[in-house]
Design a protein around this ligand. Structure first.
Ligand code: IVH
Length: 709
């Protein structure tokens, strides 16, 4: 349908429109925008493989909509704006909705919402300053459903279809457990009702279904949303039931009494209408969690942004929130456009996918010489931040994805905040893309000396084995001062880079002899900050020994291993005499660590550095923190787990715990099958209940406990 050359042109042109770089008369822009949108609809709905994020699609759509609003005489019936999305296929019988099902307008930030609030107030002839109450709830990402109840019975269910006609899917809806087959609407004077809702699938159920399909060798479902919409429209209700779909109801579309008079308005507010649906046994977003009734638009925006942060932890896919005028009478007064209600708006979360161009690959070197390729891309907004650099991890990643310079790539930023390249858009290649040639020698090194990279067997990373340019040292210093290692308060990557540039830092030893008087002179510093920095460095000099060992950046010598080794020496330089054997005698220390640490301490330069560190006052001996707490082998609670609950009267919680430890117990924080003893103070809560129900926990009063210890 669309050839590769045409697709490339469409993509490039789309980007120009999105960048606001098209200056043509409306009469020329309109047909072009329409063809671009049609192309993207085809990629999305037909190919199931969009090259544009939803967010960018919406922006493009809005450009068309705005132009058409300005020039209504240029609207054509085949414009993408002239249809509401349709899922009619002919496989099901078409039925008219009691009231047309419209779409929602979109907003993307608090300002958009504030503008929406102003517009609503204008429609209602309200003063802008008067607060207007809203209801806010998740915008579920599944398939729309309309349920018709008559005389308290479910008589019909339909998909959204084209908004006017839906597909009749009553048999399928009846197997969705959260759709009640009967509901006591008559208690509220309602005889004939059409409810609107969204059919969705839990994310974990989706994963489970796909795992089953993978095991059976079937193709996997693309995403939870398609699994839900596809589920609604299957031929066999038994198969529908197997998907375990759920239906969240979010509004009354229609509701009349026996005489045919409206009986929804009497419910007063949207919030109350949802409370009633909850009462009647429907699955409805829960108050205080999923939905909120808020006094004004600012509070609505705050609720939306909070949800944007929390969305990953939510068990269902949502693509935004919906903000609705809460008062039903005001909704009625605000009315509708042909496309959406004027009293509601979707607050769309920032897209987590975007497409851009891979321009170049740069390389970074880590503290142990690992070379990491980093893609430099054309800047693009992704989930609210501008991205222009994306890690490519290692050579294999580039090969497996067959990435090339000049490729259009799909970026994603999911639960993880770190963006990654999902895939190159191969259809958009024009033959000018260039292979990414993996370097044989260290790409960071600017000196004349060439250093060949090495790749250890079984490892994905290429490393620069001997750093002649100092780049690794910089990374080592950054790690050395970091929270994980020496934890030097106030000295982050930025200062290290600045001091390194100035030539004050060459190795980790220099961290402890910084020229504070010169630092005080630096722009943005001053006496105070220089003094604070000096104090932080001095404090860090007293660190336990494991932090120093960890801060040396010895390959594979991790936190746990440094802590173990620190317990077995009296002075850091003892390790200069240690053999690999000796390391292996320590439980949990393996041969890789043994070899690497021995090699490190065999290097006289390293020993010299450690002597200098000692001379500068850095602690090189184990401290109390390094030595393990003596294991208690005697006492009433040896080997037992203990938990305190309720308020203790004679001891503080801390004292009680200290005594328990001294008596050999291990403190735990929750009641489980592994709990041995529960000590209860006054007003114990659910923990006591749970412990009692387990039947295996020994419950002691504070008095009984004191007697035992
Ligand atoms: S209210 C008159 N509330 O979003 C239209 N819609 O563009 C009022 N959706 O496919 C819609 N969650 O099914 C509303 N809490 C919610 C929603 C919601 C999901 C869907 C709806 C439709 C689309 C509207």
């Amino acid at each position: 349908m669309y050839g590769p050359e045409q697709q490339r042109q469409y993509y490039a042109r789309t980007k120009e429109y999105l960048a606001g770089a098209v200056a043509l008369p409306a009469a020329e822009q309109l047909p072009e925008l329409r063809s671009l949108l049609r192309y993207h609809e085809w990629r999305y709905y037909v190919q199931n493989d969009p090259v544009l994020s939803d967010y960018d699609y919406d922006r493009l759509y809005k450009q068309l909509e705005a132009l058409e609003t300005e020039y209504p005489e240029l609207i054509t019936p085949d414009s993408p704006t002239q249809r509401v999305g349709s899922d009619l296929s002919g496989d099901f019988e078409s039925v008219p909705h009691l009231v047309p099902m419209l779409s929602l307008g979109n907003s993307y930030n608090a300002e958009d919402l504030a503008e929406f609030d102003r517009q609503v107030k204008r429609m209602l002839n309200m003063e802008e300053e008067v607060p207007l109450a809203y209801a806010v709830e998740p915008k579920f990402d599944g398939g729309t459903i309309a349920l018709v109840y008559e005389n308290d019975r479910l008589i019909r269910a339909a998909t959204r279809g084209n908004g006017v006609l839906g597909e009749e899917i009553t048999h399928n809806a009846r197997v969705i457990r959260s759709v009640p087959l009967t509901a006591a609407f008559s208690h509220y004077g309602l005889y004939r009702v059409e409810l609107r809702g969204e059919v969705i699938i839990r994310k974990d159920r989706f994963e489970e279904l796909n795992a089953e399909r993978a095991a059976a060798g079937l193709t996997l479902y693309a995403n939870p949303r398609n699994t839900a919409t596809g589920g609604l429209r299957m031929k066999s209700p038994t198969e529908v039931a197997d998907r375990k779909l759920e239906a969240f109801m979010y509004s009354f579309g229609y509701g009349t009494d026996e005489a045919g008079n409206d009986a929804v308005q009497a419910l007063g507010t949207h919030t109350h209408a949802l409370d009633v649906l909850t009462e009647l046994g429907f699955k409805v977003p829960a108050t205080g969690y999923e939905r909120a009734a808020v006094p004004d638009i600012a509070a609505a925006a705050a609720f939306c942004t909070q949800w944007e942060t929390d969305r990953e932890a939510y068990p269902y896919e949502i693509d935004g929130m919906v903000v609705k005028v809460d008062d039903l009478a005001l909704q009625e007064r605000a009315g509708y456009t042909s496309h959406h209600p004027r009293w509601a708006i979707a607050y769309k979360f920032a897209a987590r996918q975007a497409t851009t161009t891979l321009l170049n690959v740069e390389y970074q070197v880590g503290k142990i010489g690992t070379i990491t390729p980093v893609a430099k891309t054309e800047p693009v907004a992704l989930a609210g931040v501008m991205i222009s650099s994306v890690s490519l991890h290692n050579e294999d990643f580039i090969r497996e994805k067959d990435l090339r310079l000049g490729d259009k790539v799909l970026l994603e930023r999911a639960g993880d905040v770190i963006p990654y390249i999902v895939k190159p858009l191969e259809d958009l290649r024009d033959g000018t893309e260039q292979p990414i040639v993996w370097p044989l020698s260290c790409p960071i090194n600017q000196t004349d000396e060439e250093v060949l990279l090495v790749r250890a067997e079984g490892e994905a990373a290429w490393r620069c084995p001997v750093c002649v340019c100092g780049a690794q040292n910089l990374q080592r210093i950054i790690f050395h001062v970091s929270k994980a290692a020496m934890d030097i308060d106030g000295m982050g990557r930025r200062y290290v880079e600045q001091f390194y540039e100035l030539g004050w830092l060459r190795t980790i030893v220099d961290v402890y002899r910084l020229p504070y008087d010169q630092i005080a002179e630096l722009e943005g510093f001053g006496e105070r900050s220089a003094e604070n920095l000096r104090r932080s460095v001095d404090t860090a000099k007293q660190n336990p020994l494991w932090r120093l060992l960890y801060g040396l950046s010895i390959h594979h010598f991790g936190k746990k291993a440094t802590q173990l080794v620190a317990q077995h020496i009296e002075h850091v330089l003892d390790l200069a005499d240690w053999t690999e054997e000796q390391f292996l005698h320590i439980k949990d220390i393996g041969p890789t660590v043994a070899t690497n640490v021995t090699a490190y301490f065999a290097n006289p330069l390293h020993l010299e550095q450690l002597r200098e560190l000692e001379a500068l006052g850095v602690n090189v001996r184990p401290t109390d923190e390094d030595r393990p707490a003596a294991e208690v082998t005697e006492g009433p609670f040896v080997g037992k787990t203990i938990l305190f609950t309720g308020s203790l009267q004679q001891l503080s919680r801390k004292e009680a715990q200290e005594r328990a430890k001294a008596a050999g117990a291990r403190i735990v924080s929750a009641v489980s099958g592994k709990l041995d003893i529960l000590v209860v103070g006054e007003k114990p809560g659910s923990k006591l209940k749970k412990a009692t129900s387990l039947g295996t926990v020994r419950v002691l009063t504070e008095g009984e406990y004191l007697e035992l210890v």
